[in-house]
Design a protein around this ligand. Structure first.
Ligand code: G3H
Ligand code: 13P
Ligand code: NA
Ligand code: ZN
Length: 328
């Protein structure tokens, strides 16, 4: 059945686990996530970006998720809008059956310009009020996602934020977070702690100076009842980088968020953990392997079946390590 983010994260907080939020764009990603969820009995968050909505179409996404909930009747599903940029994106998502939306007011509606605090409070408050009228949940974001090493938003950041960002912008201020949640009444709060979108997050295995888990700890201390969200939480596994590069890929060496740091975050109040890049790499690794190892192959299913399997393995691992397993 479909449930809201609030229902799911309240349960997660009560039982001390985290929930990975995986991005979906197509049937194969949906099946991979749901197969893993059934295998380990985990509730799921399926999230669709604006890009996913235009790729698959709102009607396709709605019916696909409806189909998944019929096929996997024992698995609770939250369908969430990832990085909504304005009121229209969030409200049309709800009309299309999403039970939760992210109103990302950390950037202006163009998703390129860091927004003022007042803009963020105002738009998040208005979206939360409207969403709550119809029983949907809202995730807000305070602080801009980007690298503490370079001051830049991630290379593949959908936002395309331009210009150098200061440490002040890249790390959520705990006192401001308290004020933001009070004023907006959002159900969950995405924070900035040095992670960024895409594969190129860190030039080395991150330490506390570039992955500020202490920021999360400080926010949780002041906001113990708010569900915290970590974006840019792919781990960019070395094995997947190697699989891609062994089969004709050219990904420069890079580092993601170690799973053990996310486990630490979950102990400090992180309840939703956004992961897209790792799933993309899992599928693409197998696409490349099939293409390289069986150059005579042209049946898409022969590419997609191992790709789904690789993604399913990754997803099941995150359910286990975040403590989501067993809570469906
Ligand atoms: O926030 C970024 C997510 O990975 C979604 O990416 O906008 O390319 O679908 P996308
Ligand atoms: P990754 O690029 O690290 O997978 O982050 C995804 C994300 O934050 C989607 O909102
Ligand atoms: Na989101
Ligand atoms: Zn994100």
């Amino acid at each position: 059945a479909l449930i809201t983010l609030r229902q799911l994260l309240d349960h997660a907080a009560e039982h001390g686990y985290g929930v990975p939020a995986f991005n979906i764009n197509n049937m194969e990603q949906g099946l991979a996530i749901m197969n893993a969820a059934r295998a380990v009995e985990a509730p799921v968050i399926l999230q669709a970006s604006r890009g996913a909505r235009s790729y698959a179409g709102d009607i396709m996404l709605r019916h696909m998720v409806q189909a998944l909930s019929e096929m996997y009747p024992d698995i609770p599903i939250c369908l969430h809008q990832d990085h909504g940029n304005n009121e229209a994106t969030c409200l049309t998502a709800i009309r299309h059956g999403f039970t939760s939306v992210m109103m990302d007011g950390s950037l202006e509606a163009d998703m390129k310009t860091p927004a003022s605090y007042d803009y963020n409070v105002d738009i998040t408050r208005r979206v939360t009020e409207a969403a709550h009228w119809v029983g949907a949940s809202v995730e807000g974001e305070l602080g801009v996602l980007g690298s503490l090493e370079t001051g830049e938003a991630g290379a593949e950041d959908g936002s395309g934020a331009v210009g150098k960002l200061t440490h002040d912008q890249l790390l959520t201020d705990p006192d401001q977070a308290v004020d933001f949640v009070l004023k907006t009444k959002c159900d969950a709060l995405a924070i900035a702690c040095g992670t960024s979108h895409g594969a190129y997050k860190f030039t080395r295995k991150p330490t506390g100076d570039i992955l500020a888990m202490s920021t999360i700890e400080a926010i949780h201390r002041k906001l113990p009842d708010t569900h915290l969200v970590m974006h840019g939480s792919s781990s960019v596994p070395q094995a997947l980088q190697d699989l891609i590069n062994a089969n004709g890929g050219e990904m420069p060496q890079t580092y993601g968020v170690p799973v053990e740091e996310i486990e630490r975050g979950i102990r400090m109040g992180v309840r939703k953990v956004n992961i897209d890049t790792d799933c993309r790499m899992a599928m693409t690794g197998q696409f490349r392997k099939v293409a390289t190892g069986n150059p005579q192959e042209f049946d898409p299913r022969k590419f997609l079946i191992p790709a789904m399997k690789e993604m399913e393995t990754l997803v099941a691992d995150r359910f286990e390590r975040f403590g989501t397993a067993g809570h469906a």
